[in-house]
Design a protein around this ligand. Structure first.
Ligand code: AMP
Length: 422
């Protein structure tokens, strides 16, 4: 399948050629023709599948070739945008904006981005100059809508990107407020990596006769990602991480921690081990987060430590290693995290450092993925058997039985020191 056969405009074909895209990805093959004819689309596609181009290319084409649906007659208050994309995070908004700018290089369409943590004035100036396509996070979009900087009354195409994350982040009220301000007759493109009951409910409440697009089976992690779990004692995790990065010469590593404090502490501790690391989390200013990301992308720092919220939407080309320093509270977050690697067909590695008290979280992930993840006990970093005993007692199991079992397990694993597939 080629981009030509999808019916794309010559100006867009030129751009994808210049970007070196040889052929459309699965989600592009399926979604672009539907979006081009104006259908509503409900797409199950995670980051890294090329989903941004799957909605950006058809939007650009429709706006380039079709006259505005609503005549721009009497002056209304605020910029009258024709396409709106909302994303859960600032970083993703910026990346989607960058993609629109790149793909729309040969069009006259005006694209703007609006997210929190940065000056309203710059955004107001852009909106006043006239905008066709606006990419925004929900809160900042509503700030502009409420004071009349932008009107959603003429929106012809609406994209809800990473809908599952929007719900996780508590944006449902904002989404409903935004929906109320858009015309009922519009095209809606709905993208989500996972489809829980709530996500489906939201999808069916805002889509009209949607066509389904699914590129990976529901809730399945990208198969270009090699996954490995290393059981280790909690207090030895940062030591093990430094060892893995150093001894295996990992050059660009994205590490996930559960808490903001944890991300700062880990970056510091890696620094003490001589590994250049920087953390990004919600406590940092937008400028600081962007600088950290730029340094990481440029190879100035080797490790980027992030919380789930801060990392959402990061697009780092050819990222080889993602490390779960803490297991995520929600199994779905694991799918999002490891979606940062193995992108656009490259092989990636997702490494999980699991302490005993996190076994429940691994179980939840394995249930979600419907698979068992391979585990390996690393020589010198095997979990301390006395801790296994403590946890067993805590769980109310027979201490003796558990102790015997865990000790024999350690013995076997030490003996074999081989990859263990459960
Ligand atoms: P996304 O899933 O939209 O975040 O895209 C992931 C990455 O794949 C981005 O860096 C895109 O530039 C890249 N990409 C998108 N479409 C293609 C394609 N057809 N061929 C090669 N790379 C692509």
């Amino acid at each position: 399948m080629s981009f030509e056969t999808l019916g794309l405009h010559p100006k867009l074909l030129q751009v994808v050629t210049e970007l070196g895209y040889e052929q459309p990805t699965d989600v592009q093959v399926q979604a672009i023709p539907l979006a081009l004819v104006g259908d509503d689309v409900m797409a199950g596609a995670q980051t890294g599948t090329g989903k941004t181009a799957a909605f950006a290319l058809p939007i650009l084409q429709r706006l380039m070739t079709l006259p505005p649906l609503v005549e721009q007659g009497a002056p209304q208050q605020g910029a009258k945008i024709r396409a709106l994309v909302i994303t859960p995070t600032r970083e993703l908004a910026q990346q989607v904006f960058d993609s629109f700018i790149a793909y729309g290089k040969y069009s006259d369409l005006k694209v703007a981005v609006a997210y929190g943590g940065t000056s309203m004035n710059v955004q107001i100036k852009a909106l006043r100059a006239g905008v066709d396509i606006l990419i925004a996070t929900p809160g900042r979009l509503l700030d502009h809508v409420f004071v009349g900087n932008v009107s959603l009354a003429n929106v012809e195409t609406f994209v809800l990107d990473e809908a599952d994350r929007m719900l996780d982040m508590g944006f449902i009220i904002d989404i409903n407020r935004i929906m109320k301000r858009m015309p009922a007759k519009r095209q809606t493109l709905f993208f989500s990596a996972t489809f829980s009951k709530q996500v489906k409910k939201l999808a069916f409440s805002i889509l009209t006769d949607p066509k389904m697009v699914e590129v990976t089976p529901e809730n399945i992690a990208a198969d270009t990602v090699q996954q490995m779990v290393y059981p280790v004692d909690k207090k030895r995790k940062s030591e093990l991480l430094a060892y893995l990065i150093g001894s295996r010469n990992w050059q660009q590593v994205l590490v996930f921690t559960k808490t903001k404090q944890g991300s700062d502490e880990l970056a510091k501790s890696l620094g003490l081990d001589g590994i250049k690391a920087v953390s990004i989390n919600g406590d940092k200013s937008q400028g600081a987060r962007q600088r950290a990301l730029d340094d990481f992308k440029a190879g100035k720092v080797r490790v980027l430590v992030a919380t789930d919220v801060a990392a959402r939407g990061l697009d780092i080309q050819q990222l080889e290693y993602v490390v779960n320093f803490d297991l995520p509270f929600n199994a779905e977050d694991y799918v999002h995290r490891i979606g940062r690697t193995g992108r656009a067909g490259n092989i990636g590695h997702a490494i999980t450092l699991m302490s005993l008290d996190e076994e429940w979280a691994l179980k939840a992930i394995e249930e979600l993925l419907n698979t068992r993840l391979p585990q390996q006990w690393l020589e010198g970093y095997e979990p301390d058997p006395s801790l296994i005993e403590t946890v067993s007692v805590h769980r109310g199991a027979s201490a003796e039985k558990r102790r015997a079992k865990s000790k024999s397990k350690i013995h076997q694993n030490r003996g074999k020191n081989a990859q263990r597939r459960r």
